[in-house]
Write a protein that binds this ligand. Sequence first.
Ligand SMILES: Cc1cc2nc3c(=O)[nH]c(=O)nc-3n(C[C@H](O)[C@H](O)[C@H](O)COP(=O)(O)OP(=O)(O)OC[C@H]3O[C@@H](n4cnc5c(N)ncnc54)[C@H](O)[C@@H]3O)c2cc1C
Ligand code: FES
Length: 259
Amino acid sequence: MPIQQLCTIVEAKRLNEYAYAFTLEVGDMVRRHGLRAGQFLHIQCGHSRLLRRPLSVSLCGADAPQDTASIVFEVRGEGTAWLYRRKAGDTLDVLGPLGNGFRVDREDRLLLVGGGIGVPPLLGQAGFTRGRSTAVLGFRSADRAMLVDRFQEFCQAVFLCSDDGTLGRHGFVDAQLRDVLEKDKNFTAVLACGPKPMLKNVAKVAAEYGVPCQVSLEERMACGVGACLGCAVQMADGTMKHVCKDGPVFDAQEVDWNV
Ligand SMILES: Cc1cc2nc3c(=O)[nH]c(=O)nc-3n(C[C@H](O)[C@H](O)[C@H](O)COP(=O)(O)OP(=O)(O)OC[C@H]3O[C@@H](n4cnc5c(N)ncnc54)[C@H](O)[C@@H]3O)c2cc1C
Ligand code: FES
């Protein structure tokens, strides 16, 4: 059951020219309400009630006396522009935990595939399966890279790609994913987060190699709790599901990738 509360920003960091990371004190959301990385928080960005914005949890901790959760965001419009001007010590009006998050076990050997601002929500899965998982991280260019050192700390191997060749392999993450799976198919699951065309390609490659794939979808949201139909997506069986309530994580084969 989500709760609404004021959360203090305990740390505000700039990760690169475009991305910011906040660590929030979230009361007892982790210990009592089971908040996990990959779920999201609906954060009021500004003073208008219309400006609640969904941001994924990157890492969270059952810290005493207050639990903590990290979010990472890029400035896209009015809401995130308001958010990046907040400082440590400021409070945010937060609704959460929301969404389902990835299904993972500590013993899993995961292949984590992130693109751009889709990279941070996978960090918690890397930490949870510490030393067992592999990450394929893609960025538009080297100056947009983020959290690479944290993935290197948590993962068995980290492969980097960039669209313009300024970091790691020149090209998209699905080509790197194919190379990893060609050598080693012994992964419990592929978990992917990023733009929809990337997710579609990742889902296709995972299916080719017979590895189950979970994808975290993004849709524009309003209420965030399944009440407004604003975030409905088409499923392969012809039904519609809500990204906010039924997702944001879905089995890749559930999704209709052709709409
Ligand atoms: C479940 C979920 C988790 C998310 N997690 C993160 C995260 O961890 N970090 C992060 O930076 N962003 C995340 N997003 C996207 C983030 O919510 C939007 O960037 C934000 O709402 C934009 O608000 P704004 O007021 O700044 O921009 P607006 O003025 O509302 O929009 C600016 C531009 O961004 C586009 N946009 C807005 N919302 C979305 C969206 N949901 N998906 C795609 N395009 C959008 C608009 O079409 C417009 O072009 C997430 C979205 C969802 C649904
Ligand atoms: S945002 Fe309202 S139903 Fe999902």
